[in-house]
Structure formats: C-alpha cells, structure tokens
Design a protein around this ligand. Structure first.
Ligand code: ADP
Ligand code: MG
Length: 554
C-alpha cells in the first residue's frame, strides 16, 4: 500500500474546485462519463495502431445507482490504469492524460474524438461525493488491478487489489449528505439525457423490457414474450457525425425529433455544417417555423464538444440572429470545462461563430437557387432570421443580395437587383434616386396601395417588426435609393412625375407639418381620412390641406 499526498501547488485545492471551478455541480457526471469515453476511445485507437493486443469488442459504459449504500458507479471497459498511471494522472491535479495522449499520438489520434483537456474533470467528483474510489485494471498484460481512495482531503491511499478482474475502470462515488439528489434514478436519467445523449460509446443505465414480436402462426390469445435488455440511453452516431451524402431528408427530420422531442412542428430546412479547416466543426442547424415571432425561449441551439453537451446558453457565443435557429454545433475547439463568460471571450469560439454566419449565408443562397419556388413559399417563416441577420452581422449582410427577398403586395418576390430593374424606369426622383414604396400592413394601407398601383408603382409588403431597422441599413449601404411608406404624405414629392405638392411649403411650414403628423397619428380621428381617399384621383394631395387645417385649428 502506498500513502502519499496529492501533488498540488495550491494548499487546499478541493474547496476551490468545489466552489469555483464549476458553477453547476451536476456536470460531475458529464466529466466522469467523458473520462470513461476517452478511456474507451483511447483503447480503440491503441488497438487500431497495433499497440494494444486485446480484443476491443463492443465496449459500453455503465452507470449504476446504489441508493441503499449511497453510491454511484461509473464503469467502463476502456484501457484502465496501472498503479503508476493512477499516480501520474489522478494524483497530479491539472495534469491531463488526455492532452498527453493527443500529444503522443498527434496526427493519428487527432480524429479519435478524445474529450479531456485540462486535467481537472475528474476532481469535479468531489463536488458531490465525500469519498471517491477508483478500481481500475490496465489492458497491459501482467498488470494487477489497483484501488485508489480519497476522501476529498489531499491525502489518498493506493493499493493493489484482486477485486477487479476485467479490464477497465470503475469509479465509485460515495455521495455526500448535501447531494443525495444524485442517488435518485430519475435525476441521473435526466442528466444522462442532457449531457450524454449523443456520446460516442453506448451508455447503459438499467434494463428495460423488450416485447418480442409474435410468430405469424401464433394463436389469437397468445401473450407476446418479453425479455430484459440493456437500457442504452444514448445514440452514439447522431446525424451530425455522419456525412451529408449518407443522410436523407427523413434522417434529418428524425434527428430533429430526437433532439427536441417536445417540438411538434417540423423544421423548414436544415443546414449541415461539416468542415475541418481552419478548424474542426460539424453540426446541423434547422430553420424552425417562426413567422413574425422573435421570441423562442425553448429548444435552443446546443453546443457540443466531441459529442458531449456543453451548453444551450449560446447568447454571446453564436450571433444573435442564429439563436433563432435550432440544432447542434459540435467542435473539439469548444472548451468543455469552463464557464460561459470564458466561452464568449474565447478566440476559437469567435472564429466558429463568424464561420457559421458565412456558412448559413452560403446555404441560403444555394437553397434559393436550387428551388426558388419552395424558398419563396418559406420566406414568410424565415424572413425574420434573415432580416435580423442582415441588420446585425455585416458578413451576412454582405452576401444577402443573393438570398434576401422583397415581396410586393401581390405576393411576387424580388431579389434586390430584380427590384431595381423593375422600378428604375418609373420610380425615381429628380436626383435619380430609386424610390422604393412599401406597405407594412396590407389592410390598413389598402387605399394607399391601390392609389400607388393605379399610377403603376410597385409596392412592397414589408411587415416584419424589424423592417424599420432593415430599411435604415439598406438606405445607409446602397447607393441612390430611398424607401417611402406608401401612406407617407410626401410620396408624390418623391417620384419625379408627380405634382410637387409639399414643396410649396417653406421650411418652417414643413417642420410644423411634420410635428402635426406625429401628433395627428396619435389622434384616432385621423383615420377618417381613409374613406375620402378611396374615391379620389389624387389621394395624397388631400392629406395636405387636412394637415394644415389641423394645424390652423390648434
Ligand atoms: P482530462 O480528462 O482533462 O485529461 P481528468 O481530470 O478528467 O482530466 O482526468 C485525468 C486523467 O485521469 C485522464 O486524462 C486519464 O488519463 C485518467 N483517467 C480518468 N478517468 C479515467 C478512466 N475512467 N479510465 C482511464 N483513465 C482515466
Ligand atoms: Mg476528463
């Protein structure tokens, strides 16, 4: 038996770990399963490169709750550890065996999916356990199993044991008084489904009863046979880990339902992200049906690192407009062990975010080109994401002429250049600026729309709540254009062929007029004007004396 002190530079690191390293105690399970997964994937790699002469088989990870004895077991069939390795990897806090492994096997292991990074994950066990035991047996021939025990003080014991005969590691947590929630099966299941649902090694949690199909010639009153099978809680090969070419639309749909079991509305389309340069990133994003609704609280984008759930609090990590999408982003460059504020400041994460923005833009352009009719049909449901992206992300805006649509009130859709082409002959002001007429509400502005159409003008229907910002953005960045609401009082002044009615006013009059419009709009009686408008040839001129009359009344 060896006795010794855990090798740390800070005197008492455990209280620190317990309090500050992780805001969430529940992530201990994610960390331990990540280690079990790493141990399994490392063994896989070693057998692949011929360094381990053992049968890899079909290893799984098992999680067992022993409520009576207040213990939680995490058991893997990975590469295990020798006594020496326990000394090296466990007793040295902040020494990462995962990093060492990746360093040693560099190129060959870079796609092995190893999760560990900082050499701190294991100690998160002490957030919920008053004592932790490791029972482990290395895959290496002739090595005996060892047992390590530590009660959360810097002291530990390490001894050889005959209690473990098969390869792999069993972590036993003696759950602390204040953490008994982790002895509830339902709580553990919840955690497994939250963090480990798509991890690459099968995870067994209890058993379930499977009903066997009846043989065809079974009598009518035959009872189907049942048998107990392992309850595997995860899907080790989720859609985003596969090649897009191997997936059908239906596979994406099934994945969506797996990801969001409580979402009953199907997504409109998906974007499969798959790059390995300049960084590794995979993922599938879905456009949900949004309409004009900007508020989606539930079922957000989930960030993964090598198939381990990191967070779905992605604000500040992905651009705001992408938060309206759903789906998964997975990158080994997303740090696992750290807080969200760290994530937000992380350089790799920033690069990822700008890459995704570009990728989404390219995909929109492709969708639009591949099947414009379908794209137009979906426009109403996706426009809020696109428009939001255009006003908030320069890189997205820069590409938007390829996929942003501008519908007119009759349901015809224009790309920007098509719109320009359409109106340039008829809708320019005396300085040669294009005047783009738009309505924000077809019904309320019906008579104005009618009047404008009678003059041969094109009227767009721009009705999402962020349109004022979008218009500002377009006016600021495109040359020689101006937007005008179809019911604005100065339209006839804008378009060159019309009577310059308002320009007869001097500057003071204009200012007063502007003020009265603002106040007039607040006055409900103002809408009375609408009826007069419909029957006249010159609807916009009528509004002018009306304003002035109001002015004089004041
Ligand atoms: P990291 O995973 O970031 O390397 P951890 O603190 O989580 O750091 O784990 C430290 C090291 O302990 C691992 O790198 C690994 O070498 C070893 N280890 C932990 N759990 C296991 C396990 N279940 N099987 C084999 N080795 C393990
Ligand atoms: Mg780890």
């Amino acid at each position: 038996m060896t006795k010794g002190n855990i090798n740390v530079s800070v005197e008492n690191i455990f209280p620190l770990i317990k309090k500050f390293l992780y805001s969430d105690h529940e992530i201990f399970l994610r960390e331990l399963i990540s280690n079990a997964t790493d141990a399994t994937l490392k063994l896989k790699h070693l057998t692949n490169v011929g360094e381990a002469n053992v049968a890899y088989g079909n290893p799984q990870i098992e999680v067992k709750v022993d409520k009576e004895n207040k213990k939680l077991h995490i058991i893997d069939q990975g590469l295990g550890m020798t006594g020496e390795e326990v000394e090296k990897y466990i007793n040295q806090v902040a020494f990462s065996g995962a990093e060492e492994f990746l360093e040693k096997y560099k190129d060959s292991a870079k796609d092995a999916g190893i999760i560990g990074h900082f050499g701190l994950g294991f100690y998160s066990a002490f957030m919920v356990a008053e004592k932790v035991e490791i029972l482990t047996k290395s895959y290496k021939e002739g090595e005996s199993a060892v047992r390590w025990i530590c009660d959360g003080s810097p002291e530990f014991t390490l001894e050889e044991t005959t209690d473990k005969t098969d390869r792999g590691t069993e972590i036993i947590l003696h759950i602390a008084e204040d953490s008994t929630e982790f002895l509830e099966e339902s709580r553990i299941r919840e955690l497994l489904l939250k963090y480990n649902k798509f991890m690459p090694v099968p995870i067994k949690f209890g058993t379930r009863t499977e009903t066997l199909p009846l043989p065809e010639d079974a009598p009518e009153d035959a009872k189907p046979e049942t048998k107990e099978v392992d309850n595997i809680i995860n899907n080790p090969t989720p859609a985003w880990t596969k090649a897009p070419a191997d997936l059908k639309d239906e596979d994406y749909l099934n994945f969506y339902r797996e990801l969001y079991p409580m979402q009953f509305e199907d997504p409109l389309f998906h974007i499969h992200l798959n790059v390995d340069y300049p960084f590794n990133l995979t993922g599938v994003l879905f456009f949900p049906k949004l309409g004009n609704n900007l508020n989606i609280e539930k079922d957000k984008i989930q960030l993964y690192q090598n198939q381990v759930f990191v967070t779905d609090e992605v604000k500040g990590i992905v651009p705001d407009f992408l938060m309206l999408l759903r789906g998964v982003i997975d990158s080994p460059d997303i740090p696992l062990n750290v807080s969200r504020s760290y994530l937000q400041a992380d350089g790799a994460v920033k690069k990822i975010s700008s890459y995704i923005t570009k990728k989404v833009a390219d995909k929109m352009a492709a969708l639009m080109n591949e099947n414009r009719e379908d794209y137009e049909k979906k426009w109403n449901d996706i426009k809020i994401v696109i428009e939001y992206g255009m006003i908030s992300e320069e890189k997205f805006y820069d590409k938007s002429d390829k996929f942003a649509l501008y519908p007119n009130v009759d349901g015809k859709y224009f790309l920007w250049n098509e719109l320009e082409e359409k109106i340039k002959a008829n809708q320019t002001d005396k300085d040669g600026n294009l005047v783009i007429l738009y309505a924000s509400n077809e019904h309320d502005q019906h008579s104005y729309i009618q009047a404008a159409q009678d003059k041969g003008y094109e009227v767009l229907l721009l009705d999402s709540p962020i349109v004022p910002h979008l218009i500002q953005k377009l006016e600021a960045s495109k040359e020689k254009i101006q937007f005008a609401r179809v019911d604005a009082d100065h339209i006839n002044n804008l378009i060159k062929k019309d009577e310059p009615a308002i320009s007869k006013l001097n500057d003071t009059e204009k200012e007063t007029l502007k003020k009265s419009v603002e106040e007039g709009i607040a006055d409900t009686k103002f809408t009375v004007q609408l009826e007069d408008l419909e029957s006249t040839d010159a609807p916009f001129i009528i509004t002018q004396p009306e304003f002035i009359r109001r002015m004089k009344d004041m």
